[in-house]
Ligand binder design. Sequence first.
Ligand code: ATP
Ligand code: MG
Length: 240
Amino acid sequence: AITIEGMNKWYGAFHVLRDINLTVNRGERIVICGPSGSGKSTLIRCINALEEHQQGKITVDGTLLSSDLKNIDKIRSEVGMCFQHFNLFPHLTILENCTLAPIWVRKTPKKEAEETAMHFLEKVKIPDQANKYPGQLSGGQQQRVAIARSLCMRPRIMLFDEPTSALDPEMIKEVLDTMIELAEEGMTMLCVTHEMGFARQVANRVIFMDQGQIVEQNEPEEFFNNPKSERTQLFLSQIL
Ligand code: ATP
Ligand code: MG
């Protein structure tokens, strides 16, 4: 589980996250939406310490996230992350991309790391691409490799930051299907996305952020059909 209490973050004088309180329980699937610049990516990045926060507490599975490097390693090993741009290593094959961290960070024997990688490449339905390079794959395939690569580290929580927003429409579905499958297997997920169909189908809670604050959160049915705040109503009227 993730617990965030009274968290505030500034970029210089700019107050980017304001009094964030959020608990993500095991097995929950939470979708975060909100206008551009509302702080969604910053929040996600604070959770695995890609960004520092200045006030408040973030705890991941009981481990307090502090500037202590040891805790950061532990948290990052439990939290997988998948971005808009897949950040695959272009000079490594798909298989090598998936085995790099398990071999060098987890000290997993190469053969075992390769077996695990093939298992997850099968899961995202591209085992036949294992020996190609990222540049030889479509965007949707590359994003599925990025998801498989994260899963190879056996995370207990997956964070997604607009994983489909750089993809052509016909590739969005294949990535969403992968995420839906993960959700159905019980993975704890926190997803920034504007794919509201995905939110309705998969999320147990939808969070709306605006100007660095959590403005509203609710189960999807209620969130979409009966948004409480005017800001949420305005946002939904623009994207639905
Ligand atoms: P989008 O939907 O466009 O991805 P977002 O909700 O993810 O937006 P963030 O990327 O979290 O928004 O940015 C929140 C605010 O913080 C924005 O006003 C942005 O300009 C600012 N910001 C982001 N990163 C930095 C940085 N490294 N230094 C200073 N300001 C930043
Ligand atoms: Mg963002």
